[in-house]
Write a protein of this length. Structure first.
Length: 676
C-alpha cells in the first residue's frame, strides 16, 4: 500500500500507540475520505469532520508492524472488530461528556461482531466501593459477576501495568472468579485510564485460540478508546476547578457507603459545608482569588481525611463530606470540630475586616440513625446546615426532627404570606418617632398580616420569610409602595412637623431585597408614581446584620439611594458583630439604638453604658440618634440626661394604622403645646 504524499512509509511510533492489523489503515483512510477507495459495508457518516477517523487513522499508519495474517476468516474477524471501533468513534458527543453510550456500544458491538465472542463487559475501578459489578455488559452471564474487595486487587495490578492480559480456562493459575458459569474458553483483559480513575475491559471467547488468531493488538485499540471514556467520565463526575468529586459522584458513593455501613453496623456521617463570607472574597479580591481559596480549602480538608472518606464540591462554595466507619457520635463530633478549626486557620490568612473572617458552617446527619435514602440524607444535612448558619455560623449542627418540623412550618408560613400578598391582607402600621420634649419628626412603618383566624400578626410570626427567595422582593416592594402612598396622602392632608416638613417615614428593607438587582429600579419607580412625595421623606432602614456578607455591594447601593434623595438609617445598632465597621463604611444619617439595650438600661449598668457610648459616638459622627424601646418615663429621663435627641416606643405611642396617625399627630402637638 502506497504511503500518502509527504509522509514517510514507516513513521516513528509514538509511545503507547497500539498496533493495528494489516488492512485496517486502508479501510480507515477510505472511510475518512483520505483515499479513493471505499470498504464494502462501511457507510461514511456525513458532517463528522473526520476528527475521530483521523484518531484511528493515525494509529493505522503502523499497520506494517502488525501481526501478519493470511487467514481470510481471521481477517474478516479483525475487520468486524474494526467496525465496532469505527461505530463507537462515530457516536455523536453533542449531548455532553457522557461515557455510558461509548461503553455500552463497545460491549454490544463486540458480542455481535463474532459468534466466537460470548460476552464483553467493563469494570470501572473504585477504591471506595466494597464490591464491583460490570457497569456495562453484553452476552452470557456477565451481569451476574460480583468482584469483591480482595479480587479487585488483581484488576488494579493489571490497570497499573497498562498491557493486555490473556487468560485460558485450562490454565490453573487463572483466577476462578473470572469464569462464573459461562462457556468461555479464554479471556482477554485490557486496562485503560490513568490513576486514580482506571478501568478494565473483559472479553470472553468460546473457542481457544481465538484471540491469538485475530491478534491481541486488535483489542489494544480499545485501550485508547477506554482512555477517552474515562476522560469523559471525569468531566461528568469531577469538579473541574478542584478536581474533587461532584454531586453526582458523591451521591453514588453515598449510596454504596450506606449499604456498607448497614452491613458493618457502623455509623456514616454525611456533612454539608458552606463557607461563611466567601462572597466577600470574590467581591473584594476578584474571582481568581475566590477560586484559589476553594482549591486551598479542598486541599486542606483532604489532608486530614481518613482512608475511605470522601470530599466533594457540590456547587459554589458548598462542599460535601462522607465520614465512613464511625464508631460513635463523639468521634464524628471530633471530626467536625477539627474541620471547623482547619477552616478558621485558612480564614485568618484572608485579611478580612473584623467580624468578616472566612469560617465554615456544617450541617450533619448520621446514618443509620437517620435511616433514609441518599437524597433525603442530603436534604436533612442541608436543613442542619441552615440551622448552623442561622445560629451564628462557624459551628456545626446535627439534624434532628425539630429541623424537619421547622422546615414544614416554614413552608406553611411562606404559603400564608404568599396568599396574604395576593389577597391584599399585608398592611402597614406606624409607630411615631418624636424628639424628647419636642415635636413628631417621623414614623417607622411596621408590617402586619391580617389573618382570618389569628387576627393581626406582627413580623415575628413570619420573620423567616422576610429575607428569603422571591417573596423578599415582593414583600419589600409592597412595603415601599404602601409607605410612599401613605406619606403622599399625609402631605396632601397637611400632616407636617411644626417646621412645615413632611413626616419622615422609615421603611425596613431586608438584606435580600436590598441586594436584589431590581431594588433600585423599584425605588425609582415608586418615587415616579408619587411625585408629591419628597424623596427625603423616605428613610431606608437596614438592620446591622443585613450587609454582613456583602458590605461592598451594600455600600454602593446605599450611595445610590442617597443620590436619589432618600435617607439611610442603621437599625438595631449594637446587636451585630461589626458595629463600628459599619459606622465607618456605610453612609448612614440615622443611628437607631436597639431596644434590647434601652429597655434594661434603667436597672442594668452595662446596658446604660452601651446606650451612653452609642449616643456619644452618634453625636460625634453627626448622626441623628434614635432610641428604640422607650416604655416608661424613667427611660425618657435617662435618655434626656444622655443627650439622646429622638425616641420611639410605647411611652410615646403604640403602632397604629395609617388612618389613625394624622389624628394622633395633631393630638400630640396639642398636648405638647398645652404643657409648655
Amino acid at each position: 500500500m502506497a504511503a500518502p504524499a509527504g509522509r514517510s512509509r514507516t513513521p516513528a511510533r509514538t509511545a503507547g500507540t497500539p498496533r493495528v492489523p494489516r488492512g485496517w489503515g486502508t479501510i480507515i483512510r477510505n472511510e475518512a475520505g483520505c483515499g479513493p477507495g471505499r470498504a464494502r459495508g462501511l457507510g461514511r457518516r456525513p458532517g463528522r469532520g473526520g476528527t475521530s477517523w483521523r484518531y484511528v487513522g493515525d494509529m493505522a499508519e503502523h499497520e506494517q508492524a502488525c501481526v501478519p495474517s493470511g487467514d481470510r476468516t481471521a481477517e474478516a474477524e479483525r475487520l468486524a472488530i474494526l467496525q465496532v471501533l469505527i461505530d463507537v468513534l462515530a457516536l455523536p458527543l453533542t449531548a455532553g461528556p457522557r461515557a455510558g453510550p461509548l461503553l455500552r456500544r463497545i460491549c454490544t458491538g463486540l458480542v455481535a461482531a463474532s459468534p466466537a465472542i460470548t460476552f464483553a463487559y467493563y469494570v470501572v475501578l473504585d477504591e471506595h466501593a466494597d464490591e464491583l459489578r460490570p457497569e456495562f455488559s453484553a452476552g452470557a452471564c456477565a451481569p451476574d459477576l460480583r468482584i469483591t474487595r480482595g479480587q479487585v486487587a488483581l484488576l488494579w495490578a493489571i490497570a497499573r501495568a497498562r498491557r493486555v492480559r490473556l487468560y485460558h480456562a485450562a490454565d490453573p493459575r487463572t483466577p476462578a472468579w473470572l469464569w462464573p458459569g459461562h462457556d468461555a474458553r479464554e479471556l482477554v483483559l485490557f486496562p485503560f485510564g490513568v490513576a486514580p480513575t482506571q478501568g478494565i475491559g473483559v472479553v470472553g471467547a468460546r473457542e481457544a485460540g481465538f484471540f491469538t488468531r485475530v491478534g491481541l493488538e486488535s483489542f489494544s485499540a480499545f485501550m485508547n478508546l477506554g482512555d477517552l471514556t474515562l476522560t469523559l467520565r471525569m468531566l461528568a463526575l469531577r469538579d473541574p476547578l478542584t478536581g474533587l468529586p461532584n454531586r453526582a459522584l458523591f451521591l453514588d458513593r453515598l449510596i454504596h457507603a450506606c449499604a456498607h455501613a448497614r452491613r458493618m453496623e457502623r455509623l456514616l456521617g454525611v456533612v454539608l459545608l458552606d463557607l461563611d463570607g466567601f462572597k466577600l472574597v470574590n467581591d473584594r479580591d476578584g474571582h481568581a482569588a475566590g477560586d484559589a481559596l476553594l482549591r486551598r480549602v479542598g486541599r486542606a480538608i483532604q489532608s486530614f481525611l481518613r482512608p475511605g472518606d470522601t470530599l466533594a464540591r457540590i456547587g459554589g462554595d458548598e462542599f460535601a463530606l462522607l465520614f465512613v466507619d464511625i464508631p460513635c457520635l463523639n468521634d464524628l463530633e471530633a471530626l467536625c470540630e477539627r474541620l471547623l478549626k482547619v477552616l478558621r486557620e485558612i480564614g485568618l490568612t484572608q485579611s478580612a475586616p473584623p467580624g468578616l473572617a472566612i469560617t465554615g458552617s456544617l450541617g450533619v446527619t448520621v446514618f443509620p440513625l437517620d435511616d433514609n435514602d441518599a437524597d433525603t440524607l442530603m436534604r436533612h444535612a442541608d436543613l442542619a446546615l441552615y440551622a448552623a448558619k442561622a445560629g451564628g455560623r462557624d459551628q456545626y449542627r446535627v439534624h434532628s426532627v425539630e429541623f424537619e418540623e421547622a422546615a414544614h412550618q416554614g413552608l406553611k408560613v411562606r404559603e400564608m404570606v404568599r396568599a396574604a400578598l395576593g389577597e391584599n391582607r399585608m398592611t402597614l402600621y406606624y409607630q411615631p418617632i418624636v424628639r424628647i420634649d419636642g415635636p413628631v419628626v417621623g414614623a417607622e412603618a411596621l408590617l402586619r398580616l391580617r389573618h382570618d383566624d389569628y387576627g393581626l400578626l406582627a413580623p415575628g410570626a413570619f420573620a423567616g420569610v422576610l429575607d428569603s427567595g422571591p417573596l423578599a422582593r415582593a414583600l419589600g416592594r409592597h412595603v415601599l409602595e404602601t409607605a410612599a402612598a401613605h406619606a403622599e396622602r399625609w402631605i396632601m392632608a397637611e400632616v407636617r412637623t411644626p417646621e412645615g416638613l413632611p413626616l419622615r417615614i422609615s421603611v425596613n428593607v431586608s438584606a435580600a431585597y436590598l441586594l436584589d438587582p431590581g431594588f433600585l429600579g423599584d425605588v425609582r419607580a415608586t418615587l415616579a408614581r408619587h411625585p408629591r412625595l419628597m424623596p427625603a421623606a423616605l428613610e431606608i432602614e437596614i438592620t446591622e446584620s443585613a450587609p454582613l456578607r456583602d458590605l461592598a455591594d451594600v455600600h454602593q447601593i446605599l450611595h445610590a439611594c442617597l443620590a436619589l434623595g432618600l435617607r439611610v438609617a442603621l437599625d438595631d445598632f449594637g446587636t451585630g458583630s461589626a458595629s463600628l465597621t459599619y459606622l465607618q463604611k456605610l453612609p448612614a444619617q440615622t443611628l437607631k439604638i436597639d431596644q434590647s439595650f434601652v429597655r434594661d438600661m434603667a436597672h442594668d449598668p452595662k446596658d446604660y453604658a452601651i446606650v451612653s457610648a452609642v449616643a456619644h459616638v452618634g453625636h460625634l459622627l453627626g448622626l441623628d440618634v434614635v432610641a428604640e424601646g422607650v416604655e416608661t418615663d424613667r427611660h425618657l429621663e435617662f435618655l434626656r440626661g444622655l443627650g439622646c435627641v429622638c425616641v420611639q416606643g410605647y411611652a410615646i405611642a403604640r403602632p397604629m394604622s395609617a388612618d389613625d396617625l394624622p389624628g394622633w399627630c395633631r393630638m400630640y402637638e396639642k398636648r405638647r403645646t398645652a404643657a409648655r
